[in-house]
Design a protein around this ligand. Structure first.
Ligand code: FES
Length: 352
């Protein structure tokens, strides 16, 4: 094809290509006839009723998106943070997180689906050919690259020194395996160790500062006492892990101030014991506001109401703090009446 056969609008690109080693004058110019099949009109282009239907579908998707966004805001306002529901096959999940995820996901999906449907059915349907220069390097450049490569191989003697070549390939093949071996350090799996702590029936509550067993009279109204199970010594091999799971906050409330029925049953004369480990990402909780009975996690400000089952009243934590059922033994010391009934710490561990 000669340059006279190229449409006028394609001439600049053809002239650019002519500066390379490929002689476009001797080849069929790709922009002149890109080889597209004959254009088929969409039904919406020839039938106004079909176009109207598409318009309504797009509008419906955008409307559903608006409703989903309203649902998102309503969920945020109406669903308590610590409410959980059972969803097969996930098990117990936070109702608020589920509602927020579903509504926001639906809102975004409908915007995307509406835009795609709009584009596919109603926007301009012209077929355009985008002019591009050939991406293949000119023949002389390619020849030079191959020549350089051969020259390099010859100078390195990789063809002649087969021993070096083979051992080099062996070394390069094996070295990535080191990364695979390091995967072992991800284990062993904790299995159900995260579900249990050192608390069990009859274990005394020991003051973490004095290491003395606690009596009810040691826990004054308005004070916050930290406790751990008896028998746990600082020089124990697993002390840090065990204390991280078993640490308790012990607080005395007026029994009349306790709003949650189970909390009252699991307490002793208004003394309640809760896990000290925040259910967000596991920081130790340390701030107590005695007038409101709120405890605050210093990491991200999750706030829990100890007078109402330690439910979350503010912040990113997804679950109430687990409560330990306590009583008093024959000698008058505070003791646990069992282990926690749910895993302590971050809420992403399965609960239920
Ligand atoms: S760890 Fe407690 S709020 Fe984040």
């Amino acid at each position: 094809m000669s340059s006279q056969d190229i449409p006028e609008e394609n001439l600049p690109a053809a002239q650019d290509a002519a500066h390379g080693a490929v002689d476009v004058a001797d080849e069929k110019h790709p922009f002149a006839d890109p080889g597209l099949p004959p254009h088929e009109h969409r039904i919406q282009d020839i039938d106004e009723r079909a176009a109207k239907r598409s318009e309504r579908t797009v509008a419906l998707l955008f409307t559903v998106s608006m409703l989903a966004t309203i649902g998102f805001i309503a969920s945020f306002v109406a669903i308590p943070v610590d409410k959980s529901i059972y969803v097969w096959p996930l098990g117990h999940v936070g109702a608020l997180n589920l509602a927020l995820g579903l509504t926001l996901g639906l809102a975004l999906f409908c915007i995307g689906a509406g835009a795609v449907h709009w584009g596919r059915t109603l926007m301009s349907d012209e077929e355009l050919v985008q002019e591009r220069h050939p991406i293949e390097a000119p023949a002389d450049v390619r020849a030079q690259v191959f020549a350089d490569f051969k020259q390099g191989a010859k100078e390195s003697a990789i063809g002649r020194r087969k021993l070096i070549r083979n051992t080099m390939f062996g070394a390069l093949t094996l070295v990535p395996l080191s990364g695979v071996v390091l995967l072992r350090d991800l284990g062993p799996l904790p299995e159900d160790k995260l579900r249990h702590t050192l608390w069990s029936k009859g274990k005394l509550l020991v003051n973490m500062n004095t290491h003395e067993p606690l009596r009810p009279s040691d826990v004054a109204v308005g004070s916050l006492t930290f406790a751990m199970p008896e028998g746990l010594e600082e020089h124990d091999h697993d002390f840090q892990n065990e204390i991280a799971k078993a640490a308790l906050m012990v607080v005395r409330l007026e029994p009349g101030d306790i709003k949650d029925k189970q909390e009252l049953e699991w307490s002793h004369e208004g003394i309640v014991a809760y896990s000290k480990i925040c259910t967000h990402v596991g920081c130790p909780i340390s701030l107590y506001e005695q007038q409101t009975h709120h405890v605050l996690c210093p990491c991200h400000q999750s706030t829990f109401d100890l007078s109402d089952g330690a439910r979350v009243i503010f912040g990113p934590a997804g679950h109430a703090l687990p409560q330990l059922r306590i009583g008093v033994n024959d000698e008058g010391y505070l003791e646990a009446l069992g282990d926690f009934e749910e895993p302590v710490g971050p809420a992403f561990w399965e609960r239920g």
